[in-house]
Design a protein around this ligand. Structure first.
Ligand code: PDD
Length: 286
């Protein structure tokens, strides 16, 4: 089946979807994005993603070409047209395509933002990595200082994934001033003596929508949460480690820079959080 995508007000077969070579997303990475997961043909935490999108746009003084209600309708229509039961919807808004390349932002009255959405089929709830666990390496965090804005500047995270691949690992955790910031495309956690430890929110990390839900669920389940930075050495000596994101939910980490975490198998707390997160997501998806 040919995928139907959404570009600037139109639903089109993916081969017919076109963006200008002058689009600032293409020339300057001047764009923001969101990835919303789909379970049972429904959107998980759409509200959270819509709010973060609005925040990203505001921080960059970028206009949205659609209202958040329209955005919900577009997401739902894409799910329907592509018969998507499980996977995700990728959304990108850029500062549009001015007449020529210029560093200065174009006048939004003359250059409307570009909006693109497409579906991705993915096995989320029964992903093999969830039962096996993943391995990570540590790399230096060389991204810019506004990681709280979900921009499409993903070159360094892509390089991080390639460094992990070259080292025979699944992903990389980024380290700044001796402490883990986050994974290349996910938030990072450790568990020690029953306590869940993850870096506090700031401009240093993306404020994960899955993170917010998982921490809330952990607290509701009477688990102790400590929001602070941690080192790779502390993580290697932890009882468990895991990551969260819209595309992985909660995924256990069983090895860090070659050192086994805990028993080297997915941890009990990570697996429990994964279970309750999926249960709640299915129940609340819209
Ligand atoms: N990435 N940190 C980074 C750097 C991310 O890129 C992501 C998400 C997260 C987790 O955020 P959330 O729980 O809202 O998905 C944390 C998406 C999935 C991606 O780039 O594909």
């Amino acid at each position: 089946m040919t995928r139907t995508v959404y570009v600037n007000g139109e639903y089109l077969p993916e081969a017919d979807a076109k963006i200008s070579i002058f689009d600032r997303g293409f020339l300057m990475a001047d764009g923001v994005y969101e990835v919303t997961s789909v379970l049972d043909g429904k959107l998980v935490d759409f509200d959270g993603h819509a709010k973060r999108l609005e925040r990203s746009l505001t921080e960059l003084d970028m206009a949205s070409p659609v209202t958040m209600d329209e955005l919900l309708e577009i997401h739902r229509e894409l799910v329907r047209r592509n018969d998507l039961t499980e996977g995700g919807i990728y959304l990108q808004i850029t500062r549009g395509a001015p007449a020529d390349r210029d560093f200065a932002f174009p006048d939004p009255e003359e250059t409307p933002s570009t909006i693109v959405l497409f579906t991705q089929v993915k096995n989320l709830a029964n992903a093999p990595a969830a039962t096996k666990g993943i391995s990570v390496i540590s790399i230096e965090d060389q991204r810019w200082a506004r990681r709280d804005i979900k921009t499409v500047q993903l070159l360094y995270p892509s390089m991080g994934k390639m460094m992990a691949k070259a080292a025979g690992a699944d992903d990389a955790w980024m380290v700044e001033d001796g402490q883990v910031t986050e994974g290349t495309s996910n938030n990072a956690y450790i568990v020690k003596d029953g306590k869940i430890i993850t870096r506090q929110l700031s401009n240093d990390i993306l404020h994960g929508i899955t993170r917010a839900a998982v921490l809330r669920l952990a607290k509701e389940a009477q688990m102790v949460v400590e929001e602070r930075g941690f080192t790779i050495e502390e993580a290697q000596q932890a009882d468990e480690a895991f990551i969260t994101s819209a595309t992985t939910f909660v995924q256990p980490v069983v090895s860090i820079d070659g050192a086994t975490v805990g028993e080297g198998t997915p941890g009990r707390i990570a697996l429990r959080l994964r279970e309750i997160y999926i249960e709640e997501s299915r129940a609340k998806a819209i």
